[in-house]
Design a binder for this molecule. Sequence first.
Ligand code: PLP
Length: 322
Amino acid sequence: MVTLDDILAASERIRDMVRVTPVKAAPGLSRLAGGPVWLKCEHRQETGAFKLRGASNAAARLGEVAGVTTASTGNHGRALAHAARQLGLPAVICVSRLVPQNKLDAIRALDAEARVIGASQDEAFDEARRLQREEGFALIPPFDHPDVIAGQGTLGLEILDQIPDAAAIAVPLSGGGLLAGVALAAKARRPAIRIIGISMERGAAMAASLKAGHPVAVPEQQTLADSLGGGIGLKNRLTFGLCRDLMDDLILLTEDEIAAGIRHLSVEEDEMVEGAAAVGAAAILAGRLRAVDGPLVLILSGQNIDPARHAAIVRGAACPTS
Ligand SMILES: *Cc1c(COP(=O)(O)O)cnc(C)c1O
């Protein structure tokens, strides 16, 4: 289990490894939401996403290991590579042959090894497990791990330090590590606070699992919120139960709604975010999220989007789902 004490300890542990990110008021969204809306600018975190918090906490807690490994090529892989470099640990990020060169370059730029194995994400994951079993590496998963959840929870503590009277926090939701950590921290400090999870309609694995009452697999689909894709793991140990118990509301958005969120944050707030990070703004614009009981905090969770694609979306020229 993960407790407030674990999250407080994580805050101490990663203090010198992550940035305290700013919050700022969003007047346009506040008008639409009927009350004060704040942006938690975690997309300005080192490596461009909150994932550095969980990866840093998990890596810093390791004893003697040969190194760290994972099979994520997205924000978690990048975060783990960065955390490992700060700790002087070797990192091997296992990827399939399908992963594009620019992602390999990004991993290698952080002094990690990008090990190209097999033709699917599953085969890459098998190699990460083999490194764990046979070579003494620690496999750090992207969300379903107590140290990762505690690390993401430090974001919840930081939000309440900055907006002590927050009434609700809107959290982009995929595997649920971010939502579980933020909810544990925020509800320990402020039991009445509401935690609202937001995903895309296309391939929302946590939403389908909660509906089914147990973890289920959903087909992956192209989405603007690419960091919210992927499953929650059929053997999910922690985040499924935590999200079921701690989430007060769940909103699912269309691709057009997410595109409008990206556009609004760029044009009105001058913030360049990836699709996953735009879902809170998108929900307000779609009339699905309001701030009637007090301050509403939107977590802008990451900024890792291809700039040309971002520009096309802002111009309204991109077909959102292609
Ligand atoms: C990973 C990620 C999320 C979702 O986090 P989970 O812990 O998997 O729910 C949201 N936004 C961004 C930018 C991410 O990288």
